[in-house]
Design a protein around this ligand. Structure first.
Ligand SMILES: [Zn+2]
Length: 205
């Protein structure tokens, strides 16, 4: 069918926290089953529409561009950009795994000692407090570092090696998977929701 059905739609849970990005096709399936509502910025507010309300709204408020709609036999429906799940109360608390890629993503491929930007192949993971000092493998103790800084620091504490972290390593506030999926255009469109998407649940170590 149309390319429009492959457009990304941001999914919010009932706490209005961004939890996923899905294709419009799946979003329509959720809407049709009453599992979700459309959230739309309208008249300086966020309005929530059921599927039927959204079909009505689409009829009286056609979008500016034709690529923003989906045609069915009887209706022309606007593409939803954001949907709100109506059923799932719980925060889908999928723990963000402490993986090499997730650390690189958090640190945005910047060495946390010299601040330089490097390709991933040229970055190591460094235990800020070395393991033999009792340093653990946790979000708070693992950072990206370039080969040069890593070699310089070796198995020492940062101050012993004369290096300093450019920022305190913390567990990411939200799942990098969402930031990876977003292009700049959608980031702008979804900004209000992504600001709400910060995890406020502290995960156990
Ligand atoms: Zn470095």
């Amino acid at each position: 069918m149309e390319l429009a059905l492959d457009q990304p739609v941001l999914v919010l849970n009932r706490l209005w926290q961004a939890v996923n990005v899905i294709g419009a096709r799946r979003a329509f399936a959720l809407l049709a089953r009453g599992h979700a509502s459309v959230v739309h910025h309208y008249e300086d507010d966020f309005k929530v529409f059921s599927m039927m309300d959204w079909i009505d709204f689409s009829r009286y408020n056609p979008p500016l561009s034709a690529g923003e709609t989906v045609h069915t036999v009887r209706h022309t429906i606007r593409l939803p950009r954001v949907i709100l799940l109506t059923f799932f109360d719980k925060l889908p608390c999928k723990e963000l795994k402490l993986t090499r890629n997730n650390v690189f993503e958090r640190d945005r491929n910047h060495c946390q000692y010299c601040g330089g930007h490097f390709p991933r192949e040229e970055l190591n993971l460094d235990h800020v407090i070395p393991r033999h000092y009792g340093g653990r493998t946790t979000w708070e103790n693992i950072v990206c570092s370039c080969v040069k800084c890593n070699t310089r620091k070796a198995n020492r504490l940062p101050h012993e090696a004369g290096v300093r972290l450019i920022r305190k390593p913390v567990r990411p506030k939200w799942r990098p998977v969402i930031s990876l999926v977003l292009g700049a255009r959608h980031r702008e469109m979804w900004k209000d929701f992504l600001d709400l998407a910060y995890w406020n649940v502290e995960l156990d170590e």
